[in-house]
Design a protein around this ligand. Structure first.
Ligand SMILES: Cc1ncc(COP(=O)(O)O)c(C=O)c1O
Length: 424
C-alpha cells in the first residue's frame, strides 16, 4: 500500500535529527522499572485513556492515608500536613504548567471543573452573546459550554477541522469571532487524532476579539511541555491521571482572573482564590500523588539539576521525542499492512495513532489485540464530534497511544498482533 493510500502524513518520513538525539538519552528500561503494573505483562497503548502509575505515586498516596491528617489548618500537626499537601501540589502543578500556584484549582476531573467554570462564566452571558467550540474537541470541552450557553440564551458557534488532514487551522476559529464572542474553547491536542492546533495563534485572535480562551490540556499535558502563558490560555485544564498521576482534575488560570468570578459555593467555605473554586474537602492523598507524579516526570530530565521547572521542560522534551520516534516507527510499519488506514495526519501531533481497517470493525481488532496482551482500545473516547466529523460515526477507531513507559518491544507486539488480526 502506498503512503498516500494509507493516509500516511508526509512528515512521518522526516524524523528530525534533534528528536532522535533527544530520544537517544532516554532510558526507557529505567522508567519501566518504576511501573509495577507493567509486570502484569500487557503492552499498554491505552495511555490516552489513563496512564499507568509509577511506584512513587502509589507510595505518596498511601503515605498520605497512613499519616495523621485533618482538614487544612495550622493548629495541629495533622492540619498542617493537609495544608502542606495542598500547597505542595499547587506548586508542583504550577511548575508543570508554568502557571501561578495561586491560580491552580483542584477538582474531581477536568469535566467537573469545566462544567463549574462554564456555569460560573455563563452567569454573565445573555442573548446575543456567543461561545465558540470546535469539532476537534473531547466532549468535556464542548458540552459544558453548550449547556451553559443554552441556559443563558447565548449562541454556540462551531469551528470545524479538516477531516482529510485532521487540522484545525487558526482561521477556522478566527472567522467565527465577533464583537459578541465571550469565550472560545479549544483543545491543546486531540485525544482522538493527536492533532495539536496552533493554540497561540488562536489565542491571539480570541484576545483581539476581546474573548477568553479555555484550553483543554488533558491530552497535551501528557505529551509535551506546557507553558500556559505562552499558549495564551486564560484557563487551562488537565488531569493528572493522564500524566502518571492519580485520578483528579486541575484547572490553572491567573489569580486575578479567578478573582473576577463568583462560583456558587457554601456560605462557610472560604472566599479566597483559588479555594473558592474547590467545592468540599480536597482529596489530599490524590494531591500528594499528583506532586509525586510531577516530581517523577521532572526526574526523567536528562542531566537534571536545573530546578523542577527546567527539569520538567527537558523531561517532557525527552518524552515527546521518545514517543515520536516510536510513533513514526509504528506508522512506517503500518504502511506495509494492507487494509490499515492511519487517520492521524496533522503536521503537529502527539504520539497517538487512530487507525481504522478496510472492511473490519475496530472493536474486533481491539478484542483480538487484548487476547494477545496488547491493550489498544477502540471507540470515540468521548471525542464524539471528531469521530462523527471524520465519518467514523460513534464507533471511532482503534487508538494506539505512546506513553513514557512504552518501548520498542511494545511496538513490536502491537505490529505483530495487528498483522495477525488482519490475516485472521
Ligand atoms: C482531551 C481530553 N479532554 C478531557 C477529558 C476528560 O478528562 P476527565 O476524565 O478528567 O474529566 C479527557 C479524558 O479522556 C480527554 O482525553
Amino acid at each position: 500500500m502506498t503512503a498516500e493510500a494509507a493516509g500516511a502524513p508526509a512528515e512521518a518520513t522526516e524524523a528530525t535529527e534533534a528528536a532522535r538525539a533527544a530520544d537517544a538519552g532516554y532510558d526507557v528500561a529505567a522508567v519501566r522499572a518504576h511501573f509495577p503494573a507493567l509486570a502484569e505483562g500487557a503492552a499498554h497503548f491505552d495511555g490516552p485513556g489513563g496512564s499507568q502509575t509509577p511506584d512513587v505515586v502509589a507510595d505518596a498516596v498511601a503515605a498520605t492515608l497512613r499519616a495523621a491528617i485533618a482538614n487544612r489548618g495550622s493548629v495541629t500537626a495533622a492540619e498542617r500536613r493537609a495544608d502542606g499537601v495542598v500547597l505542595a501540589a499547587r506548586a508542583a502543578v504550577a511548575d508543570l504548567l508554568a502557571a501561578d500556584p495561586g491560580g491552580v484549582v483542584f477538582g474531581r476531573s477536568m469535566t467537573q471543573l469545566t462544567y463549574d467554570v462554564a456555569r460560573t462564566l455563563a452567569k454573565d452571558w445573555g442573548p446575543g452573546d456567543e461561545v465558540v467550540v470546535t469539532r476537534l474537541d473531547h466532549d468535556a470541552n464542548i458540552r459544558p459550554w453548550v449547556h451553559a450557553a443554552t441556559a443563558a440564551g447565548a449562541t454556540v458557534r462551531w469551528a470545524d477541522f479538516d477531516p482529510a488532514t485532521g487540522e484545525l487551522e487558526p482561521d477556522d476559529v478566527a472567522r467565527l469571532l465577533t464583537g459578541r464572542t465571550r469565550l472560545v474553547a479549544v483543545t491543546g491536542a486531540s485525544n482522538l487524532l493527536g492533532t495539536r492546533p496552533d493554540v497561540p495563534a488562536i489565542a491571539a485572535a480570541v484576545h483581539d476579539a476581546g474573548a477568553l480562551l479555555y484550553v483543554d490540556g488533558v491530552h497535551l499535558t501528557a505529551h509535551a511541555s506546557v507553558d500556559v502563558a505562552a499558549l495564551g490560555a486564560d484557563f487551562f485544564a488537565c488531569s493528572p491521571y493522564k500524566f502518571l498521576g492519580p485520578h483528579c482534575g486541575v484547572l490553572a488560570a491567573a489569580p486575578a482572573l479567578l478573582e473576577t468570578l463568583r462560583p456558587d459555593k457554601l456560605l462557610p467555605a472560604t472566599d479566597a482564590v483559588p479555594e473558592r473554586f474547590e467545592l468540599g474537602t480536597l482529596p489530599y492523598e490524590l494531591l500528594a500523588g499528583t506532586t509525586a507524579a510531577v516530581d517523577f516526570l521532572a526526574g526523567l530530565a536528562p542531566g537534571g539539576a536545573g530546578g523542577r521547572r527546567a527539569d520538567l521542560v527537558a523531561a517532557m522534551a525527552a518524552i515527546e521525542a521518545h514517543g515520536d520516534r516510536l510513533r513514526r516507527r509504528a506508522e512506517a510499519a503500518l504502511l506495509d499492512l494492507p487494509g490499515v488506514v492511519i487517520r492521524s495526519r496533522a503536521r503537529h501531533r502527539t504520539a497517538t495513532l487512530l487507525l481504522t481497517f478496510d472492511g473490519r470493525d475496530p472493536l474486533d481488532a481491539y478484542e483480538f489485540l487484548a487476547r494477545a496482551g496488547v491493550n489498544a482500545p477502540a471507540g470515540s473516547f468521548y471525542a464524539l464530534e471528531p469521530s462523527r466529523h471524520l465519518g467514523l460515526g460513534d464507533e471511532g477507531g482503534l487508538r494506539a497511544g505512546m506513553a513514557p513507559y512504552t518501548d520498542d518491544a511494545d511496538v513490536d507486539r502491537l505490529l505483530s498482533a495487528l498483522a495477525d488480526f488482519l490475516a485472521s
